[in-house]
Write a protein that binds this ligand. Structure first.
Ligand SMILES: Cc1cc2nc3c(=O)[nH]c(=O)nc-3n(C[C@H](O)[C@H](O)[C@H](O)COP(=O)(O)OP(=O)(O)OC[C@H]3O[C@@H](n4cnc5c(N)ncnc54)[C@H](O)[C@@H]3O)c2cc1C
Length: 536
């Protein structure tokens, strides 16, 4: 296979999760030329499977105070630069009579956490009696004796990643999704670039003065390409996804083995999670099992008895890139991160960032970029703590105004605003009198076409991440064919390519749905699969 002539950049970043996208943005804002590559789609790795929380992690206070502090400080920066994308999430943490933490212990922990809350513009806790807790959330169990509240922030991680990619590109970066790095180019040991394969199979090379490995749980695999070692203790987590809001409060509870779990509603859906288990399998094929679903439901029905009456629509799973440590319980592992300069291990020009979490991605990007700049002798300072992400430089208009102007529902306008901020108006411009793609998840045809044209959407799964295609109760049954037509028109797909894209999406979605499918689910599955059969 032929390899085209190499392009040349200051820096090549491998991995377009939140960390790599944050680094690409940081370096581009500092005036360096950047190439960002991801073997899948932006945020389709661990980032897309997160709980959608920008949080400080009060849990880490017990064993890793520094992480809670850095995380709260960076969360404060993130909610400032992404102000139109984030929203407050208020937790109710119920206490049952025999819980390991009684309400006094819970409240003491919250009093300590309250000291950190102003760092991320959040309010202090409130203590509630059992009765007060049930007044704010009637679904809570009758034997709850008390509760405390806690405030965090929510964000769509897919959009957060893409906003970073978008800004990097606006500042001169080249960003290619569906492009896998297969080899590092070396010159007497020094890493001088990458060899990569695009989705059409074509191979290319790119020269770079520094190559950054931001491959999340795949970081050890990428480091091995340079003969380097990165030691992780990867931990798998799953969520159950419900296609509606179950509560206006996030509710946390204790699992059978004493771990903290959460149920949190974001926009129009609810996540219930998450597990945290050592993972030794294939990172490219992570399955969700029925017993993991049962583990979550068993814990939740103690505090929210009706949880089994709700119909889940799918599951999500991802693997945390946790730094290696010999510890008994996975959830007691630190969420610290490490920036590794491989110069000392015979691979100058190569840097890895490993560990951390979404809530401090910006800080991780800043420290990695500082090291890259030192290596290049480049003096520009980091500006990402104050420079707003695209569409977040001013407040958005009232959604009702935008809705009226574009002839769409206020809900559709509001959803577009959380994705695009102040740019929503321009994105929706073409939808005057335009149609919705799906009745249950309000996306306009214009927004979907815009995503295909300007937001690197190459598959229907990319459209799920970019604009929430098929995220509603129909799970795609009512909208994937239509969506495939719209995207196909933009990308020049033939009629059979459009059908194949829809089939691919339905097959992929099935893998996430199987572990939570009940009787009604099988009926829906038959409908979704049946609607694809016989199409040519
Ligand atoms: C279940 C779960 C819930 C979580 N919830 C939260 C939360 O609510 N809040 C929070 O702060 N943190 C949370 N975390 C942690 C957080 O999601 C991760 O720490 C963070 O998203 C990691 O981002 P990343 O960019 O480092 O890795 P990733 O998102 O995995 O990105 C790495 C990218 O590298 C790409 N890649 C790999 N190899 C190659 C190659 N050879 N060529 C090109 N590209 C390559 C992959 O495709 C991938 O997209 C959660 C984690 C899990 C598992």
């Amino acid at each position: 296979m032929s390899v085209s002539a190499p392009s040349a950049h200051d820096v090549c970043v491998i991995g377009g999760g939140v960390t790599g996208a944050g680094i690409a943005r940081d370096l581009s804002l500092r005036g360096l030329s950047v190439l960002l590559l991801d073997k899948g789609d932006w945020g389709a790795g661990t980032t897309g499977s997160a709980s959608w929380m920008i949080h400080g992690g009060p849990r880490y206070l017990e064993f890793d105070w520094d992480t809670t502090r850095s995380s709260c400080i960076d969360a404060g920066h993130i909610v400032t630069i992404a102000k139109n994308m984030v929203y407050r999430v208020v937790f109710v943490i119920p206490v049952l009579p025999h819980d390991k933490n009684n309400v006094e212990r819970m409240e003491t922990a919250m009093e300590v956490y309250d000291r950190f809350q102003p760092l991320k513009k959040a309010h202090p806790h409130v203590r509630l009696t059992g009765e007060e807790a049930r007044q704010v959330e009637p679904g809570l169990a009758p034997d709850i004796v008390a509760a405390v509240t806690m405030e965090e922030w929510g964000v769509d991680p897919h959009r957060l990643v893409f906003a970073n990619v978008q800004d990097a590109v606006a500042h001169g970066a080249r960003a290619l999704n569906h492009t896998r790095v297969v080899e590092l180019l070396r010159d007497s040991g020094k890493v001088i670039g990458v060899k990569y394969r695009a989705s059409d199979g074509s191979m290319s090379e790119a020269r770079a003065k520094v190559v950054v490995n931001a491959a999340g749980p795949w970081a050890p695999e990428v480091a091995r390409m340079a003969g380097g070692e990165v030691n992780l203790r990867p931990a798998k987590g799953i969520h159950i996804v419900y296609p509606h809001r179950i509560s206006n409060f996030a509710i946390s509870c204790e699992s059978i083995d004493g771990r903290d779990l959460l149920m949190v509603s974001h926009a129009g859906f609810t996540l219930l999670g998450t597990t945290d288990d050592d993972f030794y399998g294939d990172l490219d094929s992570v399955d969700v099992f029925q017993d993991e679903v049962d583990y979550l439901l068993q814990a939740f029905e103690r505090v929210f008895p009706s949880i089994r009456d709700y119909r889940p629509v799918r599951t999500t799973t991802g693997v945390r890139p946790t730094l290696f440590k010999w510890r008994r319980y996975e959830d007691q592992l630190s969420r610290r991160y490490e920036v590794i300069d491989h110069e000392g291990s015979g691979a100058p020009g190569f840097v890895t960032i490993a560990g951390g979490k979404l809530s401090m991605y910006r800080l991780m990007a800043e420290e990695t970029s500082d090291l890259v700049c030192r290596k290049l002798g480049h003096q520009a300072p980091c500006t990402t703590a104050t420079q707003p992400l695209p569409g977040n430089d001013a407040d958005v208009e009232p959604a009702a105004e935008v809705a009226r102007r574009h002839g769409i529902s206020a809900l559709a306008a509001m959803k577009a605003q959380t994705r695009h901020g102040t740019l929503a108006d321009a994105v929706l411009e073409a939808s005057r009198g335009g149609r919705m793609v799906c009745r249950c998840e309000p996306i306009t045809e214009a927004e979907l076409a815009h995503a295909a044209r300007h937001e690197h959407v190459r598959t229907l799964a990319d459209a799920f991440r970019r604009v929430g295609l098929a995220a509603g109760p129909c799970a795609g049954a009512a909208c994937v064919l239509r969506a495939s037509e719209i995207i196909g028109r933009e990308l020049g797909w033939s009629a059979s390519q459009r059908i194949e894209a829809a089939r691919d999406f339905v097959r992929g979605a099935w893998l996430g749905r199987a572990p939570v499918i009940g009787q009604a689910g099988w009926a829906q599955e038959e409908l979704a699969q049946g609607s694809m059969r016989g199409l040519r």
